[in-house]
Write a new protein. Structure first.
Length: 261
């Protein structure tokens, strides 16, 4: 059995699941998910989100997780005991699952598409839409994750203009108020307000995937929005500066066909 220690926000959970799923397929075994991370109050509060997808995994009971893993996890990354493998990591690269991309895409289909977003999704599909993700929230003042400035998004738009027609820019953000006060491009702009739409993070991500082209932030959330898009000719612009520490190698994080600026 593969036991996966799930942690972080939605995008990170998806990377971790994809890695565990591929290993479970490879070794023809069950994938189980350990949710103990979400009970720990010492981390940034997060919620388990993958249950809205058609994932192929079971939740492991807390008493089935070995004592030494639960209490000594900071020094443990991968352990094999009695034929079981315990995984702990972020696995932020499509190289971990690219050969199984169709299976991963199927697993990340919503169990149920909310009817309240059907008109919006239809609108996005029927125009030359650009998804722009602006990540602020916990990135403001963050020592590891820099906030992308407005100049990055302006340069990204200019990069797309060279190659595609833009009808409407759909802005997704964890700080829509800031976006409305600071964003003013020459194109039609639609701000996707998650609270007004009364949708979950997972539903918001699935709306993103219907866009034709993408300008993502240094965020695993919008990374997945772009990667899951079914548009075969999509262009994706991603920031060169993913972390504040530029010595961190992100060559495997961004697919080679994406544009980095």
């Amino acid at each position: 059995m593969i036991i996966l220690r799930l942690k972080g926000g939605l995008g990170n959970q998806m990377f971790q699941y994809a890695r565990g799923r591929v290993l479970a397929i490879k070794y023809k075994t069950q994938l189980s998910i350990d949710l103990n991370y979400f009970k720990n109050k010492n981390f940034t509060p997060r919620e388990y989100n993958l249950d809205q997808f058609n994932i192929k995994a079971q939740i492991i009971e807390e008493n089935k997780t070995p004592f030494f893993i639960k209490y000594f996890l900071p020094v443990i990354k991968k352990i094999n005991w009695n034929g079981n493998i315990y995984l702990d990591g972020y696995f932020q690269s499509e190289k971990y699952f690219k050969k199984y991309s169709e299976i991963i895409r199927e697993d990340f289909n919503l169990k149920e598409i909310p009817t309240k977003t059907e008109d919006l999704i239809k609108e996005i599909k029927n125009c030359n839409s650009v998804c722009m993700h602006i990540r602020r929230g916990d990135y403001v003042g963050n020592k590891l994750h820099p906030v992308q400035d407005i100049y990055y998004y302006e340069k990204a738009i200019m990069e797309l203009e060279k190659k595609v027609k833009i009808d409407n820019i759909y802005i997704f953000s964890d700080d829509i108020i800031w976006c409305k006060e600071n964003i003013n491009f020459k194109y039609k702009i639609t701000f996707i307000n998650k609270e007004e739409l009364n949708i979950t993070d997972v539903e918001e991500l699935c709306i993103m995937t219907n866009c034709k082209n993408f300008i993502i932030a240094n965020s695993s959330f919008s990374w997945w929005g772009a990667w899951l898009s079914g548009n075969p000719g999509k262009l994706v612009v991603a920031p060169s500066k993913w972390f504040t520490d530029e010595s961190i190698n992100t060559n495997d994080l961004i697919p080679p066909e994406w544009i980095r600026i």
